[in-house]
Design a protein around this ligand. Structure first.
Ligand code: PHB
Length: 369
């Protein structure tokens, strides 16, 4: 077949066939209730994007303390689990495989959103500098977090397991651990944010321990082949830096090879959280890290159909995430297939609000194909 799009090849992930190589990557949209309970509006949104081969939910926080922002959904209460079910069903409407992203922000939180009003916690009492917290009334400085105690670390690891079990109960096929973008797991990995002197800090073995303990705990509740891990190896967004990023992330990727995971999800160097920037000077090419991983690789960040196809052709990626394109084009797979024009994202409504800028982007077809 001439000019056949590889994005429409199928692939088996975690024992489940995906109908295409197109991924809805995790996107924070802040439409849950103030208690982190998924809403009917979210059901509509995910249903509109059900044409993806793999749908990864927006970050779902594993405890109330794990959150940085209002109206982010959680996976820690019975009410949340019940409310996720129709959302997951909607996302599966057209045959997509659906994973929940498990999220803990660590030091990226703020006392104003902590349930007890206390300071957020991280691996070490090292504040984020050079960035400001997105509060409802505007940008404000980050606070110096409290250092997690060993028992608190154990509690958080347990909470990852409970959230994974809740994800399964809500109907998700698997979970993705958010170990990217300077959130809690990433804070443990990088020596700029992890100054601990116990067995969670110092050597690479110690800094990767938290990630491995989280994976082991989550693997008590679902098979490892249903667990994915997301990394942003080149990003220094939110002040995560390491004295040797290349060694750090090559080691992390190699270690993951032994675990039989669903996938490794890599964020491109040009992505700083939710924005596009020049690649940091010490960027590690995505292809270099992808080549170190034996299993399925998802690559996300600034791609369009042509560059996504190229990633598949080059063998850098097995699956490609299209975040911003999916925000504005709910039927993105259908548009790719028919080479239809794409809508641009409107900045209003990306974070929070109602249907405007969320579920009011038009589809060209009733559902993606
Ligand atoms: C965001 O809300 O801007 C955001 C959330 C999670 C990420 C990156 C950005 O991993």
């Amino acid at each position: 077949m001439e000019n056949r799009s590889r994005l429409f090849d199928s692939l088996v992930v975690g024992g489940q066939p995906l109908r295409n190589r197109i991924v809805l990557p995790p996107l924070t949209r802040s439409r849950a209730t103030v208690d982190g309970v998924p809403t009917r509006l979210m059901e509509e949104y995910y249903g509109q994007r059900a044409g993806a081969g793999l749908v990864i939910s927006e970050g779902a926080v594993i405890t109330p303390q794990a959150s940085a922002y209002a109206r982010v959904p959680g996976l820690y209460s019975a009410e949340q689990v019940t409310a996720w079910r129709p959302v997951v069903e909607a996302a599966k409407r057209d045959g997509a495989v659906v994973y929940a992203q498990l999220w803990h922000v660590g030091r990226q939180s703020h006392s104003s959103v902590q349930p007890d009003g206390l300071l957020p916690k991280g691996p070490s009492a090292v504040p984020i500098t050079g960035y400001q917290y997105r509060s409802p009334t505007g940008r404000i400085p980050y606070e110096t977090p409290r250092e997690l105690t060993t028992p608190e670390i154990a509690e958080i690891i347990k909470a990852y397991g409970t959230a994974a079990r809740n994800a399964v109960r809500a109907g998700f096929d698997g979970v993705e651990l958010h170990a990217a973008n300077g959130y809690l797991i990433d804070q443990f990995l990088n020596d700029g944010s992890n100054h601990r002197t116990d067995h969670y800090g110092g050597s690479l073995e110690n800094r990767t321990r938290f990630l491995h303990e989280v994976i082991s705990e989550v693997a008590r509740h679902l098979p490892s082949e249903r667990i994915g891990v997301r990394l942003s190896p080149s990003s220094d967004w939110m002040d995560v830096h390491d004295s040797d990023k290349r060694t750090l992330y090559s080691t992390v990727v190699r270690q993951l090879n032994d675990l039989g995971l669903a996938y490794l999800h890599l964020v491109e160097p040009e992505i700083a959280g939710s924005t596009t920037v020049d690649s940091p000077a010490d960027s590690i090419p995505t292809a270099e890290l992808a080549a170190l991983f034996d299993g399925v690789v998802i690559v996300t960040g600034g791609h369009d159909q042509a560059s996504g196809e190229q990633l598949l052709t080059d063998g850098t990626a097995d699956l490609v995430g299209f975040g911003r394109l999916f925000i504005a084009n709910p039927d993105l797979p259908h548009r790719f297939r028919t080479r239809a024009p794409l809508e641009p994202v409107r900045p209003a409504g990306v974070y929070g609000g109602g249907p405007e800028g969320y579920t009011d982007y038009p589809a060209l077809a009733a559902s993606g194909t």
